[in-house]
Design a protein around this ligand. Sequence first.
Ligand SMILES: [Zn+2]
Length: 95
Amino acid sequence: MKPPKRHKVKITVKEVTKGNCPLEMKPGDSWVYHRTVPEGICLAAFSTLIPAIRTFGAPGGKFSWPDGEEEKTESVRLSCPDPRHWVIYEVSRLR
Ligand SMILES: [Zn+2]
């Protein structure tokens, strides 16, 4: 049996709420994930986005926080882990 087809996933910078990203990630920057790390994206941020990327790449995959609230079926916002700057990304399923 063939494995189910995976969705491509879109990654978008939504806002920068503190400081300036040293890699100059800015609102509106976006990438499409399809099997390999997209060129130019901050690796620290990407490492944090991986669980959401895998979730929304899987057909029917849902993302939820540890408290089980706010189950996300199409997209979620996550932050780059660098505490010196807060770059907020949205990871969404492409249909
Ligand atoms: Zn970053």
